[in-house]
Design a protein around this ligand. Sequence first.
Ligand SMILES: *Cc1c(COP(=O)(O)O)cnc(C)c1O
Length: 827
Amino acid sequence: MDIKRNQPDLQARKEQIISEVIGKLRRHFGRTLEEATPSQLYKAVAMTVRDAIMEKWTATRKARVQQQKKRLYYLSVEFLIGRSLVNNIINLCQDEAYRQALEELGVDLAEIEQSEPEPSLGNGGLGRLAACFMDSLATLGLPAMGCGIRYEYGLFRQKIVDGSQVEMPDNWLDDGNVWEVPNLDDQMEVHFGGQIEEDWSSGQLHIRHTGYHTVIAVPYDIPISGYDSDVALSLRLWSARAPQQLDMSLFSRGEYARAAEEAELAQTISKVLYPEDNHQEGKMLRLQQHYFFTSATIQYIVKDFKKRYPHMPLTRLHEKVAIHINDTHPALAIPELMRILLDQEGLSWEDAWQVTRNCFAYTNHTVMSEALERWPLQMFRELLPRIHMITNAINEQYCHDLWEIYPNDFGKISYMSIIAYDQVRMANLALAMSHKVNGVSQLHADILRKDLFADWARTEPDKIIGITNGVTIRRWCVKANPGLTDLITEAIGPDWIKDADQLQKLIPFAADAAFCERFRRVKAENKARLSNYIASKMDIKVDPGSLFDCQAKRLHEYKRQLLNALHILYLYRRLKEDPAANIEKRTFFFAAKASPGYYRAKEIIRLIHAVKVLVESDPVVREKLQVVFLPNYCVSLAEVLIPAAELSEQISTAGKEASGTSNMKFMLNGALTIGTLDGANVEMAQLMGGENIFIFGRKAQEVENMLRNKLYHAGELYETNRALKNVLDMLVDGSLPADHPRQFSDLYQSLLFGDGGNIADPYLVLDDFAPYAEAQEEVQRVYRDTQEWTRRAVLNTAHAGFFSSDRTIQEYNERIWHLEPIQMERE
Ligand SMILES: *Cc1c(COP(=O)(O)O)cnc(C)c1O
């Protein structure tokens, strides 16, 4: 990396870093450079970086307060930020200074980076999106704060033992966290349970909440740097703790049990991240987590507003505050804001309703019904009695308004209502009370408008919009792929890092033989880096000369890792039948965590492992094919894997993947995509032309139609496609190494016969099998033409600018938030 902008005196900064690092080691650890452990070195270096960001942090706060600009609160139950050290150095544009300083100190940055505990405070795409958004907000200098939960244990660490997933706790905080600052001034009390009394004695309604449990929410703020930006934002993560004073009074009144309950509730609330992705269960602790962090956040928002604007009435809150909820998990923030406005600030119902709707906007992330949040009414009422009353009242008014629009249409009103059939439907709450609702790709938004949320789209035609997701160029190219970053910068200058549209300037280079040669060399280096990583971590040798084919994402039936695995079995059979079969040498990389309670997903991991062992065991096949399962997929692994990928597998059942974001990361890093017309793949194909992406399979409309009208019969494909039948039979005929006598009969049964009332193969694995195999033939045909492959790879990178999260955030801002950048005086 060689970006020297904003570094008036590299030499001076280098000297400064050297003395700071040595000083930190001495003062914080009592060690000299020679004595320091890698972890101490990491911390010392991180502290010097933190100091630099802290300067920007205080300056940003000062400017924000002075300029009185509207501020965004981005609420998300997940922020999958990954490691911060190197990313922050890049954002500060001090990579060259640090490189030189650390070289002089004899410290290897890549090595000490390994000592940074990785915050895995998210499951997958949704949480990573929130992290990319924070980077872009800071880069664009927009006034914003991210708000979430400081889980003591992030997403479980995955191990593969005898081919099966084993979960280990992720105690990422054990060794401390250099980046966080507790902010004790902003602690909040959050109340659970108890009784509500309405008191009209003063002629006005007063709400009395008694007998509740209290949990204290303590905010820990993490500074978020932006690239080449003087603005530093806060990511505020709330941690739960027991209320000590209250404890004592309860004890002295003999209420031991309640005191103990409170302590226990407080200890568990921010303990663990739920490991479900695109799936929801009505677990009480989860509801507690959601209320815990949304209540604390809303209390803080109102407190901060009153402090900043003492003369402005709360009826004007929306002029200074925008609140965005990342999926429905934070939707309790809506009745919580109503509660504070009504019960504490004395607003009328009509005013509170208007202000709330003007503040909130909601992003939907899925159309799959098992992922739509619904809470059992009784649990909701008992845990959150006042929130229940308010939600009920919101529902009554909303249904009343709907009745005016759709008189006598009971069906429609029941479908749109917030509380029905003893359930609270969080999507309906968010839809009713947000001024904008967005889908995360154009296809996804179309499906929302035409199908899942069609009634709302008719009622308020401008409300549901599509804003396609994005990823930050900084982490997913500059940090993850320095070789490619240097090459691009040399070709088109450095401005693309902040203005990714400029990547289009690379288009002519796709026809430039010298550039393509260097592009290939960068890919080869990244393949070698991944190969070394695998050799050292897993003691597995891969051939860097083979085609690197990657599917890295959560394990989910709709994402169809199974389709990929069955296709490998198909290639295996072809090689067994004809050792000279025309098959390009390939390494298939899988990386995926399965939710611990998701049996079938875990069976698919077991199958992938069995396929790996089978392929390895055959001397002919292993010359051509290799399967590698990379355990514990996380941000830092993605940073090594994605730059090395040549083929990106984005093969979800069309209509199911709302957007996908790894598709964008792979594209940016010059991998070609094999994929269905799903999520953002559709826009990738439009942007670079269908000839630069391998599209196959059913379209969303066809899938919908086949499933709705029961036109799909997987069994018929088994009967008519001989190759497919042979592959499927391998799941149960003893061909595969399996520890279990049942082999893979659950997968076999579900594909051919269905189970528990489900139709056979609801994700159309068998239906898309033949088109997928054909598309894979085309992949290897093109791969053999090295020049053509590279040309297409360059065009992928050149067209990836649209998928920068800077563009996404600008679009959110223009269409939803209407924030103005903070003006910073540049020194
Ligand atoms: C980007 C990313 C994801 C999302 O991947 P999809 O293929 O879009 O589902 C999940 N996990 C990690 C660690 C990521 O970086």
